[in-house]
Design a protein. Structure first.
Length: 182
């Protein structure tokens, strides 16, 4: 079996698929949370908007400030990681210590947990909304968001992202996915 190629620069198509699925996930999650208006009135709009803002902030501001500076892609000239955030991070952050990179998965409020929470939260709350006030359109969005999550964790991340990542030998997420030897 041939080993996967390690990328210094991910193909633009991979970056678009990764970010497109992330953005679609966050926006669909926000749409699901809008169904809260049927239960708590206009406050549901605030919950939806807050979720969208926090999810995007976590992914596109906090991640580049906290995780990316310690990643090998931050220090590799001309590189482009799967999310492209290394390019943005170089504009807004100072280089970090590469030995700090595994800390992205340590502690209750670590970046990995915040990221997972931003992906799972609207699905879980959507189930609760369905139980309290069933809606066929909401069920459609819930199934779609769940399938998007499955696609992300079982196809995009292991076979498009992590398997080609230069950081896979130190990244805790890559270790959990079992892609280090692929």
């Amino acid at each position: 079996m041939q080993k996967a190629e390690i990328y210094d620069r991910y193909p633009i198509s991979s970056v678009v698929i990764y970010n497109g699925s992330t953005i679609l996930h966050f926006l669909t999650g926000g749409l699901i949370l809008l169904f809260l208006t049927k239960i708590i009135g206009f406050s549901g709009i605030a919950v939806s908007a807050l979720y969208i803002v926090l999810a995007f902030l976590e992914m596109y501001v906090i991640m580049p400030l906290k995780v990316c500076p310690s990643c090998v892609y931050f220090r590799t000239s001309g590189s482009l990681c799967i999310s492209g955030l290394n390019v943005w991070s170089k504009m807004i952050a100072k280089p970090g210590n590469s030995t700090d990179f595994p800390q992205r998965a340590q502690g209750l409020f670590c970046q990995n947990n915040l990221y997972i929470t931003s992906l799972v939260f609207p699905i879980l709350l959507g189930v609760l909304i369905l139980i309290l006030k069933f809606n066929l359109l909401l069920l459609f969005f819930e199934i779609g968001l769940f399938l998007l999550l499955v696609l992300r964790f079982f196809l995009i991340i292991p076979s498009l992202a992590c398997v080609h990542c230069r950081s896979k030998f130190v990244c805790p997420q890559a270790g959990q996915m079992g892609v280090r030897e692929k």
